[in-house]
Design a protein. Structure first.
Length: 401
């Protein structure tokens, strides 16, 4: 048998969407991984990050893979600035750990560069995974500055791990070699979500009643933070406009944040058929998907949009703006959903009416959406990392047993 690849993974903090991927990597027989977290977010920090309420995730994010929490010496610590994650010990860990490669999730925080610099000094391969894309609005000076700066270091990365089409384009725009860019999709625990959706779906009528939704309504669902970037107000306006033409159209909004009160005020003042469920933790969120018909993600800028994965796992087609990173990969117009121009409320409303007017297409798109998600599986995400290791580190030496 051959020796496993030794892989260090650096991540800012435990993230609900990373845990299944880490477990899958840890289970691979040819991998020996260790995840290093830079920080453990407090309930108060979660609220300040835009969720609007204090909470801890109520699903297990830490079992199934080796991990450690680094000492974060930043003051103040946490998200919001480059220096919010400052973990000097990661340099020593990488220099002494005899790792084949270091996988860094993003590079916009100090700890990432502490790890990258130590890896370069030690001759350890550097993998970077990121889902940024070129479809955010940026001024010309900012675009030029980033181009000049990023092209100095992106070509030095041994492997760029791209979750989708736009991320690949982003890496290659800044100088990544195509043969060193590998597909590592964003994944969720599809089996858990599908099982939970099947269990909960028999309670859909009761859940609709709980949130004030009629049993024969066509429910369009918003899931996310109530922030400017997520554009929740566009959703409320679109539901209001569409419902004036098709009275079965209603909206369900899941989440909290600074713009929730404004959305509730608009809904109340204009008699828009929108219900507000508030923040739902991971153990509850499937309830919202199970009693809805279509997910809507109207964001002004979304690197990916993991709620699209979750919705598709529950058999929902999706309406997403043309600024959502998962759009080119997960949304095929008329098959798994539709895209619409960001900020164009009439276009979003028209898409709602189009779906509501064709029940057969709605049902078919839900089935297609679930099937499409299977291309973005945990197995594919693990194999993408293995391909990067094989291409950059090479074949492993045989060991005696």
């Amino acid at each position: 048998m051959s020796a496993p690849y030794r892989l260090a993974i650096v991540s800012t903090h435990p993230i609900q969407y990373h845990a299944p991927w880490f477990r899958g990597l840890a289970a691979h027989p040819d991998l020996d991984i260790h995840v290093y977290f830079c920080h453990k977010a407090t309930p108060q920090e979660q609220a300040r990050a835009g969720f609007g309420v204090e909470f801890d995730w109520d699903v297990d994010l830490l079992t199934g893979y080796p991990h450690s929490f680094l000492k974060n010496v930043a003051n103040p610590s946490g998200h919001g600035r480059f220096g919010g994650f400052d973990t000097p010990e990661i340099g020593r860990i990488i220099r002494d750990g005899r790792y084949d490669a270091v996988l860094v999730n993003g590079w916009n925080y100090k700890s990432a560069w502490q790890a990258i610099w130590a890896a370069w000094q030690r001759g350890v391969k550097v993998f970077v995974r990121g889902d940024s894309h070129l479809h955010f609005h940026r001024s010309r000076p900012i675009r030029l500055t980033k181009l000049l700066a990023y092209r100095r270091f992106v070509p030095r990365f041994d492997a760029c791990l791209a979750p989708g089409t736009w991320a690949r384009e982003y890496f290659e725009h800044y100088g990544a070699r195509p043969e060193r860019t590998f597909f590592v999709p964003h994944v969720i625990d599809v089996a858990r979500i599908e099982t939970e959706a099947q269990r909960v779906r028999v309670q859909a009528a009761r859940l609709r009643q709980k949130w004030g939704l009629c049993s024969d309504s066509i429910v369009f669902l918003f899931v996310g933070k109530f922030t400017q970037t997520k554009c929740p107000h566009d959703f409320v306006k679109a539901v209001h406009d569409a419902a004036k033409i098709e009275n079965r159209i209603v909206g369900l909004m899941v989440g909290d944040g600074p713009l929730r009160a404004a959305c509730e005020d608009f809904s109340r003042m204009h008699n828009a058929p929108v219900s507000f469920a508030g923040f739902l933790n991971q153990s509850q969120i499937v309830q919202a998907y199970a009693c809805s018909d279509v997910l809507v993600l109207p964001s002004a800028g979304e690197t990916w949009g993991m709620v699209v994965n979750e919705a598709m796992a529950c058999g929902l087609p999706c309406l997403v703006s043309d600024r959502v990173g998962s759009g080119p990969d997960l949304i095929s117009p008329g098959e798994t959903g539709f895209t619409f121009p960001y900020g164009n409320v009439p276009a979003l409303s028209a898409s709602m009416l189009r779906i509501a007017g064709n029940p057969a297409q709605l049902a078919a798109m839900g089935v297609n959406a679930n099937c499409r998600l299977r291309r973005y599986s945990l197995q594919v995400a693990v194999e993408g990392v293995m391909q990067a290791l094989t291409a950059t580190v090479g074949a492993r030496e045989e060991i005696c047993v």
